[in-house]
Design a binder for this molecule. Structure first.
Ligand code: ADP
Ligand code: MG
Length: 623
């Protein structure tokens, strides 16, 4: 292994194979490359600091293998890497870096300074390069590992600097990237200092949940469902946010393929499809998902900043992710509890906030969170005073170790969550359900165990009808019901296009549609058992929902649309139904995979615990 760390020039063949591209787009890309180098160096502790959105100052320090003085100059040559030897290595890359162009690209557009020391050599090295020009390369006393300073990014390429956003925004990009990388390596302790303040500090104890807790805060960590699934040699592991964490955009869909943070339309689609019916329409999941797949089946060399990958077997990956997320959703009893006490709405309450991690507020309207602590400078200073770097702070990591020891164990609060009782929504629990009655002609009250459940009869019925229809359609037990006389419908050109694309799927679902000249068609049959939904409405609504959907099987899309229409027949709120009817409804609900949400994502039931009532009546006192 030691020998493999030697830095070599790549062969021309390999250089050509690696498509040249822009590596350094903004400060966050510098940070990403430096941190990835630190990870590849085997570091256990990595510190990232930035000022002015990283434009005037970035520092990444690690305690990894270090670089020998004789190798430092090589490291800064274009296409020099210790991670690839032959072109064959490109097809099975396990390190984060491999293109050998980060250090040279960074040095070309900034003033870069490196202190580095390997463990077996007493003296380390000090190297300064400004705009690709070497200024200093000398012996220097410094701790084991590497510390890279990048100052005045784009100082010699003013055009590039003009494209940067405000320091605040650039700083947020950095925070986002460091957060992602820290999440992808819970076994490494990361410390992020943003604009002079401690942003977060992860323990490096290997637990993903622990890392989420420290980076995202307690309220996020307490609201997660574990994902753990393997199929067809694709492993999926991670966490899905419960409904309160759902987002208005994809900012918190975090995917890691073989520990590499990437964005992927395929993975987003799989996760979003799986969340259908669980999340409200037009909302996106909060998901942190690790995909573990044979390296030979992933091409990581499709993007200069390595932010995307290509899968050779997309369907296999889609299916694995879809099932993994689906399975996670099914595994939980997802009934929102009602809090009456108000004062301490987040349970359990016994965990104090970590001093390092102030709870952050959700800001649903902006993807990038402004950094409160940072003062926005009017202009980016071009000449910042040179300070001697503090490389002699021998104990640079030990102080974090001490801090870590005084930290609380964050996970204890999660352990008390599960207490093994039989779920309300299970056939076993049925005999202990005590139906109390209907209120407001809309909700049903059921007592079970130590909780009172409130069910929305409309949402419950919608869900039952939806699932019933889906099952029938899937089993192809839906038959056509002829329309006599047929209904003539005129379509817009866009609708005609969609119908053409989905024609067969419509037919397999039980529709019969014939051309009728011009822009008109004749609707001759519709699926039967549609609970008296108006045939024209059934057809038009199914059709109108199809325009944007792509990728998923056509049949399934039509099927879901039709099933959603079946909800129209559900009993409304404000309707008196008998207890026998309610009983039958609840019984059928219990058999569903996900009875907690109606097809539009609204909750079907909520619960109120006896404890909550006891608290409210002061029968028990809060600790
Ligand atoms: P790549 O990471 O693609 O190999 P880079 O330009 O990022 O290319 O780095 C060039 C080489 O410098 C790496 O292959 C590695 O040998 C060495 N290097 C860079 N950063 C570090 C570090 N923090 N610790 C140890 N070695 C490093
Ligand atoms: Mg690299």
């Amino acid at each position: 292994m030691e020998d493999n760390r030697k830095i070599r020039l790549l062969s021309k063949e390999t250089i050509d194979k690696i498509a040249a591209g822009e590596v350094v787009e903004r400060p966050a890309s510098v940070v990403k490359e430096l941190v990835e180098n630190s990870i590849d160096s085997g570091a256990k502790n990595i510190t990232v600091e930035w000022k002015d959105g990283g434009i005037s100052y970035i520092r990444v320090t690690d305690d990894g293998c270090g670089i020998e003085k004789s190798e430092l100059q090589n490291a800064f040559l274009r296409h020099s890497t210790s991670k690839l030897v032959t072109v064959e290595d490109l097809s099975s890359i396990s390190t984060l870096g491999f293109r050998g162009e980060a250090l040279s690209s960074i040095a070309a557009v900034s003033k870069t300074e490196v202190f580095s020391k390997t463990r077996d050599i007493i003296l380390g090295a000090h190297y300064i390069v400004e705009g690709s020009e070497e200024i200093t390369c000398e012996d220097s006393a410094c701790p084991d590992g590497t510390s890279v300073f990048v100052r005045q990014l784009f100082y010699n390429t003013p055009a590039r600097r003009k494209f940067l956003k405000s320091p605040m925004t650039e700083g947020n990009y950095i925070n986002e990237i460091v957060s992602r990388i820290a999440l992808s390596h819970p076994e490494i302790s990361f410390s992020l200092k943003a604009g002079g303040t401690d942003r977060f500090f992860t323990s490096g104890n290997g637990s993903l949940l622990d890392a989420i807790y420290r980076i995202e805060g307690r309220s996020v960590a307490a609201d997660l469902i574990e994902i753990s699934h393997r199929e067809n040699e694709v492993g999926c592991f991670g966490f899905l946010g419960r409904e309160p964490l759902e987002r208005a955009n994809r900012a918190k869909e975090l995917f890691f393929v073989n520990k590499r943070s990437i964005s992927s339309k395929l993975l987003s689609k799989a996760a979003e499809d799986a969340c259908q019916g669980y999340l409200m329409l037009h909302r996106y999941p909060y998901i942190i998902l690790f995909i573990d797949i044979d390296e030979a089946l992933v091409d990581v060399n499709v993007h200069p900043r390595k932010a995307e990958v290509r899968f050779s077997e997309e369907e296999r990956v889609y299916n694995a992710v879809y099932s993994a997320v689906r399975e996670a959703i099914r595994s939980i009893e997802d009934i929102s509890p009602i809090r009456l006490s108000g004062i301490d709405e987040a349970s359990p309450d016994k965990v104090k906030e970590l001093p390092l991690q102030p709870e952050r507020e959700e800001r649903p309207h902006s993807e990038v969170m402004p950094d409160e602590q940072e003062v926005l400078p009017e202009k980016i200073p071009v000449n910042i005073p040179e300070k001697t770097p503090e490389v002699f702070e021998e104990k640079r990591f030990t102080k974090y170790k001490e801090r870590l020891e005084t930290m609380e164990k964050p996970l204890s609060f999660l352990e008390s969550e599960k207490n093994g009782q039989i779920s309300f929504v299970s056939v076993e629990a049925k005999k202990s359900h005590r139906i109390i009655g209907q209120i407001f002609k809309t909700y049903w009250i059921v007592e079970y165990d130590n909780d009172v459940y409130l069910l929305d009869q409309h949402a419950a019925h919608e869900k039952v009808l939806y699932e019933r229809t889906i099952k029938l359609l899937e089993k192809r037990e839906v038959f056509s019901q002829n329309l006599n006389p047929p209904i003539v419908i005129s379509l817009s050109p866009a609708e005609e296009d969609i119908l053409l694309k989905y024609q067969e799927a419509f037919e397999r679902t039980g529709f019969l549609i014939e051309p009728f000249g011009g822009a008109e068609v004749r609707l001759c049959a519709v699926p039967s058992n549609m609970f008296e939904v108006d045939p024209k409405e059934l057809f038009m609504s199914t059709l109108s929902g199809l325009s944007e959907t792509e990728g998923k099987a056509l049949d399934e899309t039509v099927l879901i649309r039709v099933a959603t229409m079946s909800c129209k027949a559900a009993i409304k709120g404000n309707t008196i139904i008998s207890e026998t009817e309610a009983r039958a409804l609840i019984d059928e609900l219990l058999l569903l995979d996900n009875p907690y949400h109606c097809p539009h994502g609204r909750p079907v039931m909520i619960k109120l615990s006896k404890e909550e009532l006891d608290k409210r009546f002061n029968r028990i006192v809060n600790i």
